[in-house]
Unconditional design. Structure first.
Length: 139
């Protein structure tokens, strides 16, 4: 790619723009994609998850505070900052109407990279804090 940003930076930027297809284009078809909810199949499971977040939290951003690694493995740490301005799909199939509440959620993601693709994505975030900030769980 002609972009001087790292693959993780490109991935996070695409999500922030709401460009799920661009984010998916950076992930290898058989990538190991893990979240606190478990393994997500690429591309359909990841697409559904990302579309859910960009719909519920349009214009979200990843504030990167630390990056460790090399061209093949990277660890990225920071805060995901967003405002709940769209419907959020819940695990039981219901939807939470927009609350207008802002969230600031710490995260860390471990990436494995192969040239121009993400081959492994293991994301960790503070789900209790996320749910608490939305008023869905005790903080």
């Amino acid at each position: 790619m002609n972009d001087s940003k790292t693959l993780p930076e490109q991935y996070f930027a695409a999500i922030g723009r709401g460009d799920v297809e661009q984010a998916l284009s950076l992930i290898e078809a058989n990538a190991d994609f893990q979240t606190p909810a478990g393994r997500m199949p690429v591309p359909d499971g990841v697409r559904a998850m990302l579309n859910g977040y960009v719909t519920a939290f349009p214009g979200s951003r990843f504030e990167v505070t630390r990056v460790f690694g090399n061209d093949h493995e990277m660890a990225v740490e920071g805060n995901w900052v967003a405002t709940h301005n769209g419907p959020l799909s819940l695990p039981d199939g219901s939807k939470l109407s927009p609350t207008g509440k802002s969230v600031r959620v710490p995260y860390a993601t471990l990436f494995k990279l192969n040239r121009d693709k993400i081959t492994s994505h293991h994301a960790y975030w503070d789900m209790a804090s996320f749910l608490g900030q939305l008023g869905l769980a005790a903080r």
